[in-house]
Design a protein around this ligand. Sequence first.
Ligand code: NAD
Length: 283
Amino acid sequence: MTPAEFLRNHPGLVVLTGAGISAASGIPTYRDHEGAWRGATPMQHAAFVTSEDNRRRYWARSAIGWRRIAGARPNDAHRALVGLETAGIVSLVVTQNVDGLHARAGQRNLVELHGSLERVTCLNCGAGESRERVQERLVTSCPALAGLAAEARPDGDATVADDIARGVTPPSCDRCGGILMPDVVFFGGAVPRERVTRVSAALERAPALLIVGSSLVVYSGFRLARQAHAAGRPVAALNLGVTRADEFLSHHWRQDAADALAGALEELRAGEPAQVHPAGIRS
Ligand code: NAD
């Protein structure tokens, strides 16, 4: 079965995406195709909230990493998912990504499971602030950040030398002076309950789940795949590398997400019979 056939056979399916779908937009993934960690150490929730030094380091790196996220554009895979939603084939996109690219592409039924780097919230009073405004404050506190070219890392992160990071003032809330945190779930943090409830309800109704560009190593994504499988729904993956759900996938297409989704949408629009791809079944 090809991705186009799978989509055609399961109208109303849910799609779960990960870092791989944004790789073609220039944002690095955490893991390579064999599931090996690429080396960047992401911020842990407890480390961020308990230490001002850690927040200083986080914001210094984020000031550089954010430029790449803010400048990234949705690619053909994001756009194809919008087309598949319009065609009534995709009922909901659930993304583990924090880059905001599905929203920028125009996906209407979307759950950003781990939040979005585009928003910043006060941990004390809950006031929100735009990431752009925070960026201005960071660069004002440490002008050396403005022209710095640093190696981009996943998740809006970048490598920044400690002596530069030391010059950064971690932004605090204008209203109450509380700690500002990007509206993302860091490693070790909890996904808000209402997001989990909405996704679980959608999975109950959906005929299938399609994973796109995720190793599913992170538990909050893996458990959705496990829930769909336990409910007797086919779970398929369009992912170049191995996934944590490989043992129960009905199909695993090791294809590039943008090529495969754009091709499938074109095929469905043309109403042509899908071709059986030789590498299609549990490669
Ligand atoms: P991951 O890095 O663990 O896995 C990415 C997967 O995508 C790999 O299995 C890889 O083989 C596959 N892949 C890479 N390029 C592909 C392509 N062109 N087509 C199809 N597949 C491709 O990512 P994950 O499973 O999303 O987990 C990482 C966590 O880190 C997530 O929770 C997410 O919040 C965060 N993260 C987000 C971003 C982002 O927002 N863009 C980037 C890195 C990490």
